[in-house]
Design a protein around this ligand. Structure first.
Ligand code: TYD
Ligand code: MG
Length: 451
């Protein structure tokens, strides 16, 4: 007979424990353990009981090496993000905050692929609501089957009957399996639902797109736990008030990660932005102080975007430091370098930093543009609009070379930039149409740029 017992899960990493702890021993986060009741004694339906074929170990040399088959989703940017299309039998998680556009994208995919029979399972919207949305998005409605259902066992049964070429499940938090006693959206349900879908995808070869919500305060960290289970994780980012949405691949068993696709939310759904530099470039005509253009790289694709800084005298004793889209600790480090190595008195100044378009930056090559934007605002000296920057700033104020400098330079030249500032330690061949200015440290940068 099934018996209930309590288990504690870490919402940050999914670690399981038999008792509550203030700090998760696996990931070191505080206050992340939540209690879940699980029924023991019941066999989850994807377990060994339902398996018929028995797998045997094989010599690696005997395993066929024919590449995995990929399905094009007719969305160039999404195909690129996936590493060249959706792999058959893969489980792909699309995560993001509510309202960012997960349902829109996942409905646009089947509507744009009339040859792909799709089963769209919605646990959040009625078939009528989905129909209304589909009509607004436009496209071919004939090959998309909609199912409003939340019980996994029923969904998999319907899937068997319809035999689709693609299954979309919106969202993992609304689905539940009858094998588990806790409510939908709990950690154990999320894990069970994902494992059932994984088993379905692997055993039938049908790719599954699974949608997962991430709340702003990270309360339901379901998608974090799911990251270990699924093959690919695509994450929606960006400012849901602005028109631009960024889809980033943060895990991909069939391709590279840290690739980025940019979309614009329009009245008729998401539109792919194939040249992101254009959207992230300055929106003003004249030269303004506090603005610098960084040449950054996402995956292999270079693009340029605007870094904005505002430096003002601290109104209340302690200086404020705030950064949107940039690590505030890194900003503090860069300010300390400016203070110690170049003598700028920034300790009594408020510093605000913003990355254009809701972008979240992790590429260290953006350091140089951040430093230049801060200095430009501090001196109230506008940097010419056709200058851009790519360099990492070290603790002693030296400007360090960045990877793939040539790609960045070529992209800057293509977009009509006149000068690009890079580290003097970079070795790059001469590029037509752009002047490469090499700087070795912050003082030499200041001498060249702000004289
Ligand atoms: P949605 O895809 O439902 O977000 P999620 O599934 O991630 O919660 O929709 C996101 C927002 O996009 C919603 O506020 C309305 C807006 N939207 C448009 O601007 N244009 C459109 O064509 C659609 C379908 C939605
Ligand atoms: Mg939705």
């Amino acid at each position: 007979m099934a018996k209930d017992k309590s288990i504690w899960f870490c919402t940050s990493c999914g670690n399981e424990s038999s008792k509550w702890m203030g700090r998760c021993p696996a990931c070191g986060e505080w206050n992340t353990m939540v209690e879940q009741t699980v029924a023991t004694g019941k066999q989850p339906s994807h377990g060994t009981a339902s398996r018929t074929a028995v797998n045997k170990p094989r010599q690696l040399s005997e395993v066929g090496s024919a590449g995995e088959r990929r399905i094009s989703l007719h969305l160039e940017e999404v195909d690129r993000l996936l590493g060249g299309g959706l792999v058959e039998g893969s489980l792909v998680l699309i995560g993001g905050e509510p309202g960012i556009g997960k349902s829109t994208l996942s409905l646009q995919i089947p509507l744009g692929c009339p040859d792909l029979k799709t089963l769209y399972v919605s646990g959040e919207e009625s078939p009528r609501q989905v129909k209304m949305r589909a009509e607004r998005l436009g496209g071919d409605l004939s090959n998309t089957y909609i199912l409003s259902e939340t019980r996994m066992e029923d969904i998999l049964e319907q899937a068997k009957e319809i035999a689709p070429g693609l299954m979309i499940v919106d969202s993992v938090q609304t689905m539940f399996s009858q094998g588990i006693d806790s409510s939908a959206g709990s950690v154990s349900q999320i894990k069970e639902v994902a494992s059932q879908l994984l088993y379905y995808a692997k055993s039938t070869g049908v790719p599954v797109l699974l949608i997962g919500h991430i709340t702003k305060d990270g309360y339901i960290a379901g998608p974090k736990i799911l990251e270990h289970i699924v093959d690919v994780v695509l994450q929606f980012e960006g400012d849901d008030k602005g028109p631009y949405r960024l889809l980033r691949s943060i895990k991909n068993r069939f391709g590279s990660t840290s690739e980025l696709a940019v979309f614009e939310m329009t009245g008729r759904g998401l539109r792919e932005v194939s040249n992101p530099s254009e959207m992230l470039m300055p929106m003003h005509e004249e030269n303004l102080s506090g603005v610098a253009i960084a040449a950054m790289l996402d995956g292999l694709r270079p693009f340029l975007f605007e870094v904005q800084a505002l430096v003002s005298t601290a109104a209340y004793g302690t200086a404020q430091r705030s950064a949107t889209g940039f690590d505030v600790r890194r900003l503090n480090m860069l300010l300390a370098v400016l203070e110690k190595r170049a003598g700028f008195k920034l300790n009594m100044k408020d510093v605000f930093l913003n990355m254009a378009g809701g972008l979240r930056i992790t590429d260290p090559a953006c350091d140089l543009a951040v430093v230049c934007a801060v200095l430009s605002s501090n001196f109230d000296f506008a940097i010419p609009r056709d200058y851009c920057f790519a360099g990492e700033v070290g603790l002693s104020g030296e400007i360090r070379p960045v990877n793939q400098a040539e790609r960045r330079i070529t992209e800057a030249a293509r977009l009509g930039f006149r000068k690009i500032f890079i580290s003097s330690y970079s070795k790059v061949p001469k590029t037509e149409g752009i002047q490469v200015v090499k700087v070795s440290d912050i003082p030499s940068l200041v001498r060249t740029l702000f004289k």
